[in-house]
Design a protein around this ligand. Structure first.
Ligand SMILES: NC(=O)c1ccc[n+]([C@@H]2O[C@H](COP(=O)([O-])OP(=O)(O)OC[C@H]3O[C@@H](n4cnc5c(N)ncnc54)[C@H](OP(=O)(O)O)[C@@H]3O)[C@@H](O)[C@H]2O)c1
Length: 342
């Protein structure tokens, strides 16, 4: 075994869309666990669009990442050295590991053991059984208070959060689930595989407002938004009485300065239609994660929750995999394999 580990650190703050040259791959000595600690050899790491919010140098909803620090992300791996009886060597875990090959943890914070009883691919524990799936679950059910019979509109619908949210709505008895996505291939998958009622390619539709109205002539009960202010502003006049908007993410706005970020001006429906809008921080629901994970694992096992995954190999591929998220290149969850499964 090598006595070195690798990690991707922030070399310079991103201006606009992130670029691979903003990041740097560095090696360092493999850390040794201290009292109550254990070391995880990462197998799969994720790239997440929300990470961008910490890479501009100014504080966003999370504090700016200092230069030279490893980038945030989620990881699934195996304990390869331990001073903690609850996490012996060989335990498979998912955690907030980041863009590195190894981390030291103490069992606190976002970490869990991969249940042996659930024979699913390991990478799912940073995908639909990780933060994206949990974001969909709690955004839909706890923030947007989904009810059977809702007419649901999901943006960035082919991403891991959006695709899961739409399928959970459909499984829960939604009257209608419509997705918005950026390619015909994504739209086709949403309808043919994920069971959405209809999908709109916002990049080729000449009039997106008209396309949404045509697809949802009775309006929108629940908007699950992953994209940002322009989209929310567009959909607000289409909200039905007692409509609910979950602000899950703002991928179209993450690369913009505050001055460049569009505003929301269509506020009248908040009064006329008693619309509620609420933001989500998925970790607020951490205590309920086990129940949601259990139910989603069951749905996956029964083939009732479909997912797309794109795999990259090698930690050096993480910047490229991340930057492509902002060009719409990912079709589903992007995961990067940084060591062998066994
Ligand atoms: N609130 C929370 O606690 C929480 C937790 C996790 C994630 N999130 C958020 O959930 C959202 C979805 O995350 P995800 O992991 O499933 O990623 P994702 O939706 O796959 O994000 C990447 C996709 O965003 C779309 N996109 C990129 N730039 C865009 C733009 N300028 N305008 C419109 N769409 C654009 C692209 O899809 P198209 O091809 O469709 O354009 C791209 O493939 C993100 O905003 C993320 O930050 C929130």
């Amino acid at each position: 075994m090598t006595d070195q580990m690798q990690q991707i650190v922030l070399k310079q703050y991103c201006e606009g869309a992130p670029n691979p040259s903003d990041f740097e791959l560095v090696s360092k000595d493999l850390p040794v666990p201290g009292e109550d600690q254990f070391r995880i050899r990462h197998i799969w790491n994720s790239v997440d669009p929300g990470t961008r919010s910490r890479l501009s140098g100014g504080d966003s909803y999370a504090a700016a990442l200092p230069l030279g620090k490893p980038i945030d992300g989620f990881s699934v791996g195996i304990v390869d050295a331990s001073e903690n009886d609850a996490y012996p060597v060989g335990t498979k875990v998912f955690c907030a590991g980041g863009w590195r090959t190894h981390t030291i943890q103490n069992g606190k914070g976002f970490i869990g053991q991969v249940p042996d009883a659930v024979p699913l691919p390991l990478s799912l524990w940073i995908g639909v059984l990780g933060i994206p799936g949990l974001t969909a679950w709690f955004g839909l059910k706890s923030v947007a208070k989904f009810q059977a019979g809702d007419r649901v509109l999901v943006t960035s619908a082919a991403g891991p959060v959006g695709a899961t949210a739409g399928q959970l709505a459909k499984a829960g008895g939604a009257e209608q689930v419509i997705g918005i996505a950026g390619s015909d291939k994504k739209c086709q998958w949403l309808v043919e595989e994920a069971g959405f009622d209809h999908a709109i390619n916002y990049k080729t539709t000449p009039d997106l407002d008209a396309a949404i109205s045509e697809a949802m002539p009775k309006g929108v009960d629940l908007l699950f938004d992953n994209v940002g202010n322009e989209m929310v502003n567009r959909v607000l006049p289409k909200m039905r009485l007692n409509g609910r908007i979950c602000i899950s993410g703002q991928v179209a706005d993450y690369n913009l300065s505050p001055e460049e970020t569009p505003g929301i001006v269509n506020t009248k429906p908040f009064i006329t239609h008693r619309v509620l809008m609420q933001g989500l921080v998925v970790f607020d629901f951490a205590r309920e994660f086990p129940v949601a994970l259990n139910e989603m694992a069951t749905l996956i096992g029964k083939g009732e929750l479909k997912l797309q995954e794109e795999r990259f190999e090698g930690i050096d591929k993480m910047p490229e995999a991340f930057c492509g998220l902002f060009r719409g290149e990912n079709f589903g969850r992007r995961v990067v394999q940084v060591s062998a499964e066994e």
